[in-house]
Design a protein. Structure first.
Length: 463
């Protein structure tokens, strides 16, 4: 624990959704949800406007649509987000040689190592300057937390959201975190939180009151001892400079143990898709698929399968995870599931057999959908679930809602929706004062083609 608040935590505000709103003037101030748009898709990020309806990350997309039917639903543009993240990380790198990225939109910075701050005044000035620089460079906002430890800096940035800065003065930690839920402590998930609740411990102050011996009895020596120190505000974890990723994984802990085998399988498939999204976001592929299952009695099982070559194909990862699940006995219930990919590489060796199976399945689904109601899918207030005919299926994959396009006559725009052989495009650019006009074209219009995203801030504006 440091004597000065020289550890900075930056968390960009609703990053994916905010980037979409900034690049699409017609969506500013409106609910926006980014994620997989298929029947098993999940929410990656929801704008603050969408969060008012109860939409949040990792929520099934079908549930999000029920909560916020008039929101704009867009597919992620990871290359676009990575480019913005690169700009942000470059700004952080100017502050210190010790920058620890946690994701595309989140990182710790050791200001002391950069020689920029050794007291509260210097740390605050650096944090405010960073926020201004991020806004000028990217057009987006980020929240900053400053404290004497990583745990407290992260808590501070969460309290500062959106678009704010909070500095926790050394010596005030206990007063600040004492009344808060025990869930704010790193490592306390839903399962541990529920275990503590049953013991009458719901706040950080109650953790301290319980004492280390009681926590060790409840949670074991390693976890209980660590939790007690964290509750006291003690966190000596250093900021570690970026290292090569060894694996990518996602996991969910469930409030109620899962018993239905079909439900468990569906959760594993959703986790596999989220894992692949994160894998692609990091620019990697991997050859070893890992399944993690924590059962009702807290016993944890892991199973893995190594493929012939690296992949970032969601079908391959999903099917491998499902095969691994078949090897696990889930009798009695499951409280946590996780899917990971290790053996990372910067290239992909396609699994041709899985790819052929996926294509065959897609063709079968297209034939089935052709028998349904053919309604265009529009991202926005008039959104409707698509049921495109088979003839439009292949083209529609190229015109997913939110994708960038360029028309020979109308210029740059983005796809609002497509279906029944047509694609609807709104033509507007970042920085526009008023929303752009909407036009509809045939999906095979020769004047319409995919394009690269436009920068949120022009070079001369960012200078």
């Amino acid at each position: 624990m440091r004597a000065a608040p020289t550890i900075l935590h930056l968390d960009m505000d609703a990053f994916f959704a905010a980037a979409e709103q900034a690049s699409k003037p017609s969506l500013r101030g409106k609910p926006v949800v980014v994620g997989g748009l298929g029947p098993r898709g999940v929410v990656a990020t929801a704008s603050y406007e969408a969060r008012r309806f109860g939409v949040h990350s990792a929520m099934p997309m079908a549930q999000a649509r029920r909560l916020a039917p008039n929101a704009a639903y867009l597919v992620p543009r990871f290359a676009f987000y990575r480019a913005i993240s690169g700009q942000v990380m470059e700004l952080l790198g100017r502050l210190s040689p010790l920058v620890e990225p946690l994701s595309l939109d989140e990182a710790f910075v050791d200001l002391e190592a950069g020689g920029l701050a050794d007291d509260s005044a210097g740390a605050r000035a650096t944090g405010e300057r960073l926020r201004r620089d991020i806004l000028a460079t990217t057009g987006l906002t980020g929240s900053v937390g400053l404290a004497g430890s990583k745990m407290l800096a992260k808590i501070a940035s969460e309290e500062a959201k959106p678009d704010g800065l909070l500095l926790i003065e050394p010596g005030t930690e206990r007063e600040l975190i004492g009344p808060r839920s025990v869930r704010i402590i790193p490592g306390v998930g839903p399962a541990t939180g529920e275990h503590l609740r049953r013991a009458g411990i719901t706040t950080v102050a109650e953790v301290v009151e319980a004492g280390e011996d009681e926590l060790v009895r409840l949670l074991g020596r390693a976890h209980g001892g660590s939790l007690y120190l964290m509750a006291l505000g003690h966190d000596d974890r250093p900021v570690v400079a970026e290292r090569d990723a060894k694996s990518v994984s996602v996991e969910d802990t469930f409030d109620v143990d899962l018993h239905d085998r079909l439900r468990i399988r569906l959760e594993v498939e959703r986790l596999a898709e989220r894992c692949v999204a994160r894998l692609r976001g990091s620019g990697h592929s991997g050859r070893t698929i890992v399944l993690k299952v924590r059962r009702y009695d807290f016993s944890t099982l892991t199973r893995s399968e190594t493929l012939r070559g690296p992949t970032d194909d969601p079908v391959v990862v999903r099917e491998a995870a499902a095969r691994l699940l078949d090897l696990v006995d889930t009798t009695g219930g499951v409280r946590l599931l996780g899917v990971g990919v290790s053996g990372l590489a910067d290239y992909t060796q396609e699994d041709l057999f899985a790819q052929a199976e996926a294509e065959a399945r897609a063709e079968a689904e297209a034939r089935e959908e052709a028998e349904g109601v053919a309604a265009p899918h529009v991202a926005g207030p008039d959104a409707a679930e698509p049921a495109p005919p088979a003839a439009a299926e292949s083209a529609e994959r190229h015109w997913a809602p939110g994708r960038d396009v360029r028309h020979a006559e109308y210029g740059a725009g983005w796809v609002q929706g497509s279906g029944v052989g047509r694609v609807t495009v709104r033509f507007e650019e970042p920085g526009a004062v008023v929303p752009g006009r909407v036009r509809t074209f045939s999906v095979d219009d020769p004047d319409l083609e995919p394009s690269d995203p436009l920068p949120l801030v022009r070079g001369e504006e960012a200078a």
